[in-house]
Design a protein around this ligand. Structure first.
Ligand SMILES: [Zn+2]
Ligand SMILES: [Zn+2]
Length: 140
């Protein structure tokens, strides 16, 4: 499987959520703030699209839902949209060069997707230069 490495930022304050100090799968992780019950912690997600590796500093049991917040501005990252698989709210992150990544807020649910308006243009959102993606709509 080819690796897609995402570079995301907060959709509200536009600050980068990439944390190069905390690497997962050999790449900078995506830092988010989470709340589960009355516990607040930091959750790092793999920036490789399709990897479910995470590091959390609070324990969240599988199947439990968490609230996602921006670690910079504390805005809620949850959407009104629900996961197609399990009906938990989706959290969303903005890709650096446009488009969004949406992830399910339930621990262990593997539902997530990327939303592009113009895929060819958005390819520059990725910084993994080793990837070669076949995209039939690509013009150049
Ligand atoms: Zn923010
Ligand atoms: Zn789900």
């Amino acid at each position: 499987m080819k690796k897609l490495v995402v570079n995301v930022k907060c959709p509200y304050c536009r600050k980068s959520l990439m944390d190069s100090e905390k690497q997962i799968d050999g790449y900078p992780s995506v830092k988010t703030k989470i709340q589960h019950g009355d516990k607040i912690g930091t959750l790092y997600l793999s920036s490789i699209f399709g990897s479910y590796n995470i590091i959390s500093d609070i324990y969240v049991p599988k199947e439990e839902m968490v609230l996602f917040f921006c670690p910079e501005c504390n805005a809620s990252l949850l959407l009104k949209d629900l996961c197609e698989e399990c009906k938990a709210p989706l959290a969303f992150l903005e890709l650096k060069n446009g488009g969004t990544v949406q992830i399910c807020s339930r621990q262990g649910c593997k539902y997530h997707f990327m939303d592009y308006t113009n895929f060819a243009q958005k390819l520059s959102a990725f910084y993994d230069t080793h990837k070669t993606l076949a995209d039939p709509s690509r013009k150049e």
